[in-house]
Design a protein around this ligand. Structure first.
Ligand SMILES: Nc1nc2c(c(=O)[nH]1)N[C@H]1C(S)=C(S)[C@@H](COP(=O)(O)O)O[C@H]1N2
Ligand SMILES: [Mo]
Length: 216
């Protein structure tokens, strides 16, 4: 449990890190000698994992609905989403099935920027993500407000492919990759935790690769 002030301090600290990154002033990230979390092996071929459905969402039909406990709920079309401030970041990617890939180059809207625009209410503490393929996942708001979290629509300078979750997907580098919803459609802020697709099927709700939080 966190009091509002603690959450607020973390928010401000993460926002300062993010602002430095946006300004291009961030020091090169101090990568530890061992970037590979325990039990993971390094790959370079970016495997595809899904539920067997890769929904076809034409850009002129795509919508991102952001609602729940926010001051400014919004439904964005593709042009409106691209008109929001854009963010680029490089991060590592860890799948619970034991593969990791380093230096993934993402581009999109920082979760921060989005939160600044929709303004979560003080009671908002959890975020529920709903995708076009029926997939869902959930994360605490403070985890989403980290400076490396984004809603990505480009990878390695190219539009995000459908197999990797295009038009847009969520990236949370410090969690196992199932916590980042591909084919994102709705982002719902709430005051309580709702478990997502894998979380109700025995996967860890915290999903921290460095602690090997794989299963509940
Ligand atoms: N909508 C949606 N998002 C999803 C999934 C999915 O099946 N549907 N799979 C998750 C899992 S288990 C992983 S490891 C990553 C895989 O992303 P990738 O296929 O781009 O490697 O997406 C996550 N997000
Ligand atoms: Mo996964």
């Amino acid at each position: 449990m966190h009091c509002d002030l603690e959450v607020r301090d973390q928010y401000i600290a993460a926002k300062e890190r993010w602002a430095r990154k946006m300004a291009g002033l961030a020091k090169p990230q101090a990568r530890s000698e061992n970037r590979l979390p325990p039990g993971q092996r390094l790959v370079t071929n970016f495997p595809v994992l899904d539920l067997g459905i890769q929904p076809d969402v034409p850009l002129d039909k795509w919508e991102l609905k952001i609602h729940g406990l926010v001051e400014n709920p919004v439904t964005l079309n593709w042009a409106q989403f691209l008109a929001w401030p854009q963010f680029k970041d490089v991060s590592d990617f860890h799948c619970v099935t034991t593969w990791s890939q380093f230096d993934m180059e993402w581009e999109g809207v920082a979760f921060f920027t989005m939160a600044d625009l929709v303004k979560p209410r003080p009671e908002a503490a959890h975020v529920f993500f709903k995708s076009y393929d029926g997939y869902t996942t959930n994360n605490p708001l403070e985890v989403c407000l980290d400076d490396d979290v984004l809603i990505a629509h480009r990878w390695k300078g190219q539009p995000l492919s459908k197999e990797h979750g295009g038009p847009a997907r969520v990236i949370l580098p410090k969690r196992y990759a199932w916590k980042g919803a591909k084919f994102i459609h709705e982002i719902v802020f709430g005051d309580r935790d709702i478990l997502g697709f894998w979380e109700v099927r025995g996967y860890s709700n915290t999903a921290d690769p460095w602690r090997e939080d794989r299963f509940a």
